[in-house]
Design a binder for this molecule. Structure first.
Ligand SMILES: Cc1cc2nc3c(=O)[nH]c(=O)nc-3n(C[C@H](O)[C@H](O)[C@H](O)COP(=O)(O)OP(=O)(O)OC[C@H]3O[C@@H](n4cnc5c(N)ncnc54)[C@H](O)[C@@H]3O)c2cc1C
Length: 467
């Protein structure tokens, strides 16, 4: 285990010399603010020793050189909406906050791309593209607050991934500061390329363990002018999830296919103060279809109605913003039911989503906690939310840990993986070590050691490179 050095006065002075004294913060209030991300469980919290806000790529590079020289760990951080403890400085040291680097550098509507700094807010990027009649297709549900660098680092998914893919599919190239402080542009603005290893794709999704993303060239797409949202309501959960492969096979190319079980329907509707049909007993599937012409939309609307009815939907209604309000209220709604909860992010082949949902919901009934399921169903990506009810802390921890073990073993047995979009972070590091193929794990460690020989960049995340 690396023995890191403390951030002493010498390091602080060197940091001040790089970014300016006002951007080096180590007062108690700031350190307290950055001891966690979205993680509510205090067992995972860890105070950084200093929070540094660089203003340029060169400053980020200088900070990484300094971290190697003094052997101080660095945790890159964007908006801190990570739900896998990714942005927590689990080994202390420097939190490197990218929010100052928030410029939109270039918007090219002819060639359809946008160059942004890593701290640009995702919602601003989406809005700017839309205002120009274009689409930036990355759309995590946290888009209002998260930053593009955080999205690229985690390969964020979200509501539109079923049609457009995840964040890595929206990126032409990234500017990266390597763990040893070199600056490099990875990827390029090409439609195809067979020229060497695909290093941009390696860094994207590496959760800030292989490099700090400082800039990105993003792909823009034509914006579909026609859109339809439907809400298909099922009183039989099995039938609701069976709808997913049927939609995909029909070639409807939906933009979103979101599933909420009845537990989530209730808590989210209560939180949003909205009652949609079958609040008491329905599971919801929200399907969005977008087209470039009106006739195609009408045709798809008919097709959708037929497929949903054939799959056993109790009701199929044209949906409006209220449905999305309910969908967006899921997490907050579940917090209103229990202050202590944990959300998991699993991914399975799309054709296995029904069997997985049924199996794990049945398993969850053996425990005293409450379990609810939400899914980016079109991607095979399931979020099981487990809520502490009337039980002791010890019992809660024991039962959640047992349930997670059952979930992880099961998803691997059907070809799934530990995370579809939230990443491994610090939270699932041990689980990945347990379930990952040993050869794959060994390759990942070899890459990490080669790129970060002093293990200073985001240690304690994704893999433990030292064992
Ligand atoms: C309400 C809510 C809804 C969410 N919905 C979704 C969803 O639909 N889909 C989804 O995928 N996720 C979702 N998330 C999780 C989270 O928003 C995403 O992981 C998001 O991409 C994190 O962005 P961020 O700017 O907050 O990054 P942070 O949380 O600050 O960082 C995330 C990880 O990336 C690293 N990192 C951050 N910036 C950089 C950088 N510039 N270079 C290198 N590494 C970096 C950090 O060290 C950390 O490991 C949701 C979270 C919440 C709270």
């Amino acid at each position: 285990m690396t023995k890191y050095n403390p951030v002493n006065e010498e390091v602080l002075d060197a940091l001040r010399a790089i970014v300016g004294a006002e951007f080096v913060k180590n007062d108690a209030e700031t350190l307290e603010r950055y001891k966690t991300d979205e993680e509510p469980d205090a067992r995972y919290h860890h105070l950084p020793e200093v929070v540094v806000l660089p203003g340029s790529t060169e400053e980020v590079a200088a900070i990484m050189k300094l971290a190697n020289k003094y052997l101080v760990p660095v945790t890159p951080r964007s908006a801190g909406t990570s739900v896998s403890c990714g942005a927590i400085a689990v080994c202390g040291g420097i939190v490197l906050l990218l929010e100052r680097m928030d410029k939109i550098i270039e918007m090219n509507t002819e060639a359809m791309y946008m160059v942004v700094e890593a701290g640009a807010r995702t919602v601003e990027i989406q809005k700017l593209a839309n205002d120009a009649g274009l689409l930036y297709a990355g759309d995590p549900c946290s888009a209002d607050s998260c930053l593009i660098g955080g999205n690229i680092a985690t390969n964020a998914g979200g509501n539109k991934a079923v049609r457009y893919g995840t964040t890595r599919h929206q990126v032409y190239s990234i500017e990266v500061v390597t763990p040893t402080g070199e600056i490099v542009e990875l990827g390029n603005r090409l439609k195809k390329c067979s020229t060497g290893y695909c290093l941009d794709q390696l860094v994207m999704g590496s959760e800030g363990t292989l490099g700090i993303i400082t800039k990105a060239t993003l792909k823009l797409l034509p914006l579909c002018p026609y859109r339809l949202d439907i809400l298909a309501i099922f009183t039989d959960v099995q039938k609701a999830v069976d709808l997913v492969p049927a939609l995909i096979k029909a070639g409807l190319n939906p933009t979103s296919v979101e599933f909420m079980d009845n537990g989530f329907v209730r808590v989210a509707s209560d939180y949003a103060e909205l009652r949609l049909p079958h609040y008491e007993d329905g599971s919801y599937v929200i399907v969005t279809v977008e087209t470039f012409n009106e006739d195609e939309l009408d045709m798809k609307m008919e097709q959708l109605d037929e497929i949903c009815t054939a799959c056993g939907a109790t009701d199929v209604v044209e949906a409006d913003e209220r449905v999305w309000k309910v969908r967006r209220s899921c997490l907050e709604g579940s917090k209103a039911l229990s202050k202590v909860s944990t959300s998991d992010d699993l991914v399975v082949p799309v054709d296995k989503i029904a069997v997985c949902l049924n199996h794990l919901m049945e398993e969850s009934k053996k425990y005293d906690f409450e379990c609810m399921c939400l899914a980016h169903a079109g991607d095979g990506n399931l979020h099981f939310n487990v809520l502490k009810m009337d039980m002791s802390d010890e019992e809660w921890e024991k039962q959640v840990s047992e349930f997670h073990k059952i979930c992880y073993a099961y998803v691997y047995s059907i070809g799934g993986r530990l995370s579809g979009e939230h990443g491994i972070g610090a939270k699932k590091l041990h689980a990945l070590a347990e379930y990952c193929n040993p050869v794959e794990m060994s390759i990942m460690k070899t890459i990490k050691r080669a790129m970060d020989p002093n293990n200073v960049l985001n240690p304690g995340k994704l893999i433990d490179a030292e064992i």
